[in-house]
Design a protein around this ligand. Structure first.
Ligand code: NAP
Length: 486
């Protein structure tokens, strides 16, 4: 058996409910594919709505005891999870690359990033504060406590199969919540493996329940409408998020929504262009462009456009595309044929509207869903990729002349997750940062993700924040006791 087969076969493939691995109702399974070859890696359990309800039953049954667990104990379980993930990073990264496609080095970076959420929330578990306050009339007192919100429903996408779950499980465990998590059907293995590892780290039965299914809507909607669920945290596309908010309205469920992005990246004439190119490469090419934080629109001052475009094109053209398990590969395949076709359509549309291809745009023959790193210049405002998430290795360049024009173009979207800003003028940096309508801004850097920072968007990019000291608040309710000392 090859190392790849060993790692895949060592991964659990059943549902994890109430601390037990079990097949789906009727023994149904769904196939998990390797996007670099299009072949099936493994069959995993394909949950039915009844399986989903069983998972919620288990989360509900475990809630009271889990909420009463000492915060230190919850923190220690998270800390051990961090340590186990760090020790087993090679195996976890290979598993992730096989199901998702990104190069192993990037998968390792994601495992490290995901593990950091467990370390961070291990530290936060013991810092859940309350308050005691004298009422303005001097007679009353307010005692404020923060308690776990209750059983949570967590739904995650395929692009970061471990980190998007870790950002939710970490704070939920720290806060004392139980949960049902549904990873994306295309990348369930990383989450199943994480559940196994958290059990080894000491997580009691029923706290984390994992449901894998090809029928996300059919399985999750009854849970979202079930009055026993108290919280929904979703990471994924804006259209699905919108639908889930509607479903959540029935029970007035608390929701956290990490939705789509359409990040602008602004390069001003006073920027350090080498730094700006480094930043653009990171903001564009992390995860092969399949990131909600990916620079989707690159606006460059017209006086530096030619130099910037030449430098970026040289870097993009030098990237090696291939199977993520091969040495020296920089860019893996896209997740599936549909995603590759979408990227191709967006590029074709931009070209039809006058964009010039500086590199890429031609799909090579062969298996797997590969798309070449592409740079487009002179992309008009009307091109579809200025409005829609590309989710692929395509950098569209558009020139601007004034700061006002740059800010207006940057804000001309219903999304508001992140923007990037390159300038060496401090006052401009602050002025523009205040005007950009996004939840996060990378100033002279192409990455904003950090477990210690509040990650999240405004406008249709979502509700709530993950990570930072505020991340745990999404899983806590405030309760206050009014006291009369008169
Ligand atoms: P998606 O289609 O919205 O799916 C996300 C998750 O929702 C998957 O687990 C999916 O299951 C599930 N799902 C789909 N329809 C559902 C329904 N009706 N009811 C319940 N669950 C449902 O998004 P994606 O294509 O996987 O991920 C890419 C999107 O995620 C992009 O828009 C990206 O910007 C966004 N994203 C945002 C962040 C952030 O932090 N803001 C981070 C990463 C990604 P199936 O796999 O079975 O379809």
């Amino acid at each position: 058996m090859s190392r790849e087969q060993e790692v895949v076969q060592a991964c659990p493939a059943e549902l994890f409910i109430g601390g037990k691995w079990q097949p789906a109702e009727g023994g149904r399974t769904l196939a998990v594919e390797d996007p670099s070859t299009g072949t099936t890696l493994r069959e995993v359990a394909d949950a039915s709505p009844a399986d989903g309800l069983a998972a919620l039953d288990a989360a509900v049954a475990a809630q009271a005891e889990w909420a009463a667990t000492a915060p230190r104990e919850r923190g220690e379980i998270l800390r051990r999870t961090f340590e186990l993930m760090t020790e087993r990073a090679d195996e976890l990264a290979l598993l992730m690359t096989l199901e998702m496609g990104k190069p192993v080095a990037e998968s390792k970076a994601e495992i490290a990033y995901a593990a950091e959420f467990f370390r961070w929330f291990a530290e936060e578990a013991v810092r859940i504060e309350g308050g005691y306050q004298v009422a303005p009339n001097g007679k009353g007192r307010f005692l404020v406590m923060r308690q776990p919100v209750g059983p949570c429903l967590l739904i995650t996408p395929w692009n970061f199969p471990a980190a998007m779950g870790a950002r939710k499980i970490g704070p939920a465990v720290a806060a004392g919540c139980t949960m049902v998590i549904k990873p994306a059907s295309q990348t369930p293995l990383s989450m199943l493996k994480l559940a196994e590892l958290m059990t080894e780290a000491g997580l009691p039965a029923g706290v984390l329940n994992v449901i894998t299914t090809s029928d996300s809507g059919g399985v999750m909607e009854p849970l979202i409408r079930d009055p026993r669920a108290r919280k929904l945290s979703f990471t994924g596309s804006t259209p699905v998020g919108r639908k889930l908010i509607e479903q959540a309205a029935e029970q007035v469920l608390r929701t956290s929504m990490e939705l789509g992005g359409n990040a602008p990246l602004l390069v001003f004439e006073d920027a350090d262009l080498d730094k700006a190119v480094d930043g653009a490469m990171l903001a564009k090419m992390r995860n092969g462009g399949e990131a909600c934080t990916a620079a989707n629109r690159i606006y460059v001052h017209s006086s530096v456009m030619d130099t910037f475009a030449a430098k970026l094109t040289e870097r993009m053209a030098a990237l090696k595309v291939g199977r993520g398990t091969e040495d020296g590969v920089d860019v893996g395949p896209l997740i599936d044929a549909k995603q590759r076709d979408k990227v191709k359509d967006l590029v074709d549309d931009a070209i039809a509207q006058g964009a010039r291809v500086l590199t890429g745009a031609t799909i090579a023959e062969g298996n797997g869903y590969f798309y070449p790193p592409t740079v487009l210049a002179g992309v008009p405002k009307s091109a579809r990729l200025q409005k829609e998430e590309i989710f692929g290795p395509v950098a569209p360049l558009t020139a601007f002349d004034t700061e006002d024009e740059a800010v207006a173009m940057a804000n001309d979207t219903e999304f508001g997750l992140v923007s990037y800003l390159f300038t060496n003028d401090l006052t401009r940096a602050l002025r523009v940062a205040e005007r950009l309508e996004t939840g996060m801004i990378g100033l002279n850097q192409g990455i904003v993700s950090n477990p210690a920072a509040p990650f999240g968007g405004v406008k249709q990019s979502g509700l709530g924040r993950e990570g930072s000291t505020v991340g745990i608040d999404e899983y806590l309710e405030l309760k206050y006791v009014a006291i009369n000392l008169d």
